[in-house]
Ligand binder design. Structure first.
Ligand code: PMP
Length: 369
């Protein structure tokens, strides 16, 4: 193993625009580093600690309490920590929410809602309430949600395309709404009571990969059929106090550090203000150079989290990524399925990172005009 030097974290790090796993705030990384050899005098790291120890239970309960505080989660909602990252929820949502019903409605706005709908089709009759092409969101009247659907599902921020719902569509209210907030969870406040279930993988705004936070209304628990595997049943997590087995301790530890960092920075309104500021800077730079860059996303659906664009001259895409990296802005290549450029601007991205990228976008356009 290479030696880890004391100065590792204090060197100037590049700004990391990766879509996930993604940048963590330096204070969080520094805390992990400081606690790695000896967590609070216990003589070992959190990764080496028994998950039923008082110290780990404090982390687990601390994380739940902070999520409840930050999002003002009502008492009739359970907060669960499930292993398996994001995609596991594509299965867990239908397996738990279908109940006696056979159909579920999916609003397909891009890659991730489509993936969720495809997985649900293994267990349910899937009704597609809307099928978009990744550039815009449905108008209210475009949504046609059947009354017999057990729930309606949508993705709040489509990470690959960079489209984000400003608000959950009102037309969904009246039937339990299940929402994938993986790439914008903890980036703004939202009204939990409008949802039946919200879930989020943690590797964007809230920590590292492998864990999903699930917030579910308690009356939607207990609906899973007896054949549903124990570890895929939300009730198992409720019944065991989120300790159904050895949980992903590192992910839970890092999410708890993220929650503490968000609270210290001023909470979710501050995260939202910063997200708007960061993304506006980048969109303004792109809009100022229309001869060089094409943005396909409808301006009303532009994501605060993932800014996607293309070079009008596709030959310049790799040049852009390479020159940006040399200038200290790394991981800007678009998702492998769509290409182009994607700048992910999550909670940990400093305003200076977005400002620097905006300048780079303008300078690149001048230099290669
Ligand atoms: N949903 C969204 C919105 C995502 O961005 C991702 C991953 N980028 C997933 C689901 C899948 O998450 P995972 O890779 O943890 O399974």
């Amino acid at each position: 193993m290479p030696p880890v030097h004391e100065k590792t974290l204090h060197m100037k790090r590049p700004y990391n625009f990766s879509a996930g796993p993604s940048m963590l705030p330096e204070p969080v990384l520094e805390t992990i580093q400081a606690e790695l050899m000896d967590y609070r005098g216990l003589g070992c790291s959190v990764m080496e600690l028994n998950h039923r120890s008082d110290a780990f239970e404090e982390i687990l309960h601390g994380l739940e309490a902070r999520i409840r505080r930050l999002l003002k989660v009502p008492e009739d909602y359970a907060v669960l920590f499930c292993p398996g990252g994001g995609r596991m929820q594509f299965s867990m949502v239908p397996l738990n929410l279908l109940g006696a019903g056979v159909s579920a409605s999916y609003v397909v706005t891009g890659t991730w809602s489509k993936g969720a709908a495809n997985e649900a089709a293994r267990f349910a009759r899937v009704h597609v309430a809307y099928h978009g092409n990744g550039t815009k969101l449905p108008d209210e009247e475009m949504l046609d949600i059947p009354e017999d659907a057990s729930y309606v599902y949508y993705c709040d921020n489509e990470t690959v395309h960079g489209i984000e719902f400003p608000e959950p569509p009102a037309a969904m209210v009246g039937i339990p709404v299940a929402c994938d907030m993986s790439s914008n969870f903890m980036s703004r406040p939202f009204d939990v009571s409008r949802y039946g279930l919200v879930w989020a993988g943690t590797q964007k705004n809230f920590g590292i990969a492998g864990l999903a936070v699930v917030i579910v209304r308690r009356d939607l628990l207990g609906l899973a059929s007896p054949e549903v595997p124990t570890m895929l049943n939300y009730d198992t997590y409720v019944r065991t106090g989120n300790l159904p087995n050895t949980p992903p301790v590192t992910q839970i530890y890092v999410a708890n550090l993220m929650a503490q960092w968000i609270e210290k920075e001023g909470g979710l309104d501050v995260m939202n203000t910063r997200a708007i500021e960061r993304s506006s800077m980048v969109y303004d730079a792109l809009d100022a150079c229309p001869h060089m860059y094409a943005t396909k996303v409808d301006p009303k659906a532009r994501s605060r989290m993932n800014v996607t664009f293309r070079l009008r001259d596709e030959m310049l895409t790799d040049v852009f990524v390479k020159e940006a990296a040399e200038a200290g802005f790394i991981n800007l290549a678009g998702h492998r399925t769509v290409g182009g450029i994607r700048a992910s601007l999550y909670n940990a991205m400093p305003i200076e990172g977005a400002a620097g990228l905006s300048s780079f976008i303008r300078i690149f356009a001048l230099r290669h005009a």
